[in-house]
Each structure stands twice: as C-alpha cells, then as structure tokens.
Design a protein around this ligand. Structure first.
Ligand code: NAD
Length: 255
C-alpha cells in the first residue's frame, strides 16, 4: 500500500470527516492509489480546500463537501451530490468523530448527546443511505473508524466508548444483513494515534499511556489509513463483519 502497487485506480470513494487526522491520511492515500475521493468536513474550510488541491500527478481527484455528520438532513444531500458526479461509488469510510470527556458521574446530558449524535447516529444515517445505494449497485465496501475503547472501555470517556461500541455493533449487524448483496462492512479500531484529537489529551496522560503500548509508541494516522485502504480494496474481498485493531497491541492486554 506504499504507492508501489496501485490497487484502487479509477475507483470512487466517499470519506465522512476527512479534513484532518486519520480521515485526511485516508483521503490522501486513496488518491495516491489512483482513486477519486469526495470527503465531508464540518468546519475548517481552509484545511479542507488545501487537501482538495493536494492531488498530485497520476493521483485521483479529491473533492470536498461541507456537511455536519450530526445533521441527518445533510446525509441524503451528500449522497445525492456524489450520485450526480459519479456513476458508481465503490466504498464509504465513516470517520467523523468527536469526544467530550468527563467521568460518567459528572457527565452532563449535552456531552452525551453531542458525542452520540455525531459518532453513532451520524454513522447510522450514512450506513443506511450508502447501503441502499450499494444494494442498487450490487457491490460496495464500507469501513467505520471505531476505537479500541468500543471494545474494552476506558475511564473518563464513557460517552465516546459507548458511541464506538455502538458503531461496532452496527457494523457487525449490517455486515450480516447485506453480505448477500456483495457488500462488505468492516471496522478499524485504532488505539492511540498521533492526531489533533490525541494531542488534546494531557502530556501526562499520553506519556503514561505510551508506556503501556506493547509497541512502545502512539501510531501514525497513515498506519490506520493503510488498513482502511486495504479493507476497501478487493484484496480484502473475503473479509466482512470484522473489527481490526490498529493499536500497537494495546487492547490485547485487556481481552
Ligand atoms: P481529528 O479530531 O483529528 O479528526 C476528526 C475528523 O472528523 C476531522 O476531519 C473532522 O472534520 C471530522 N468531524 C468531526 N466532527 C464532524 C462532524 N460533525 N461532521 C463532519 N465531520 C466531522 O480526529 P482523529 O484522531 O483523526 O479521529 C478520526 C476518527 O478516529 C474518529 O472517529 C475518532 O473517534 C477515531 N479514533 C481516533 C483515535 C486517536 O487516537 N486519534 C483513536 C481511536 C479512534
């Protein structure tokens, strides 16, 4: 997946939440592999436009649409825009995610609702719309960016962990519902990945966490993007309903 073998040339993908971090790395990698990519973003238009201009010689096209993943009224508009521009959508990546951290005993309802509506309800709407399109096409591949917290839980982020566990349950259930239409649905569960979201955590927390990661460091966004691109590609043609941890071995210590 390093640009040597271009296994995604000419394919079309939609990435939800692609302006920075793991989403951005995924958009870039897909385009480098020759795929055309449309991604959504909520704010930071400058970063989104800059990424659109990134497509280099020989790479696929990159386009962006402003759309809040938590606003279900925009979901069908995004799919409709993509439908007008391209005849066939080969895959969807649901990456948009936020955190509003606190212990459960002091968590206010707004923090709960905000995280669930972006991470989980937003995922539901995109999975539903894209699945209907893929069923009509007779093919498609979906990858959700969940988290190891959805597998093992973690103190101080119960709302986030619940949203990520919910994504995994959605992926596993949907994979069984639509496998017969030649549609694969998988999740990646990143551990601690060096993005803005990770940098927002305190240095003390990051240092103490990294001591417990078997590979001894946080991951790079590109290391998650590699797995997402693999799952989207035909190289993963017999994988569905799977959750692949990309965490330096961290979660295996807990289950
Ligand atoms: P990030 O904050 O750097 O990027 C998040 C992306 O989601 C951005 O592109 C942002 O524009 C987009 N986004 C956020 N809210 C949105 C909304 N309402 N509508 C549309 N787009 C929205 O975060 P990241 O670290 O790159 O995380 C990406 C995904 O990976 C998230 O789902 C996150 O939960 C998950 N994840 C991250 C880590 C980590 O350590 N960084 C670990 C596990 C899982």
């Amino acid at each position: 997946m390093d640009g040597g073998i271009r296994i995604l040339t000419g394919k079309n993908f939609l990435v939800i939440g692609g302006s920075r971090g793991i989403g951005r790395a995924t958009v870039k990698k897909l385009a480098e592999q020759g795929a055309n990519v449309t991604f959504t973003y909520k704010d930071n238009e400058a970063a989104a436009k800059e990424l659109c201009g990134h497509a280099g010689k020989g790479s696929g096209k990159i386009e962006c649409i402003q759309a809040d993943a938590a606003d279900s009224s925009t979901t069908s508009q995004v799919l409709e825009t993509v439908r007008k521009d391209i005849a066939k959508l080969d895959g969807l990546v649901v990456n948009a995610g936020i955190n509003r951290d606190s212990n459960l005993v002091t968590m206010d309802e707004d923090s709960w609702n905000e995280v669930i509506s972006t991470n989980l309800t937003g995922t539901f709407h995109y999975l539903k719309s894209a699945s209907n399109k893929f069923i009509r096409q007779g093919s498609g591949s979906i990858v959700c960016v969940s988290s190891i917290t959805g597998l093992v839980g973690m103190p101080g982020i119960a709302n986030y962990a619940a949203s990520k566990a919910g994504q995994i349950a959605l992926v596993r259930s949907l994979a069984l519902e639509i496998a017969r239409f030649n549609i694969r649905v998988n999740a990646v569960a990143p551990g601690f990945i060096n993005t803005d979201m990770y940098q927002d955590l305190s240095e003390k927390f990051r240092q103490s966490t990294e001591r417990h990661i078997p590979l001894g460091r946080a991951g790079d966004p590109e290391e998650v993007a590699n797995v997402i691109c693999f799952l989207l590609s035909d190289q993963a043609s017999y994988i569905t309903g799977s959750v692949i941890t990309v965490d330096g071995g961290f979660a295996h210590k807990y289950y």
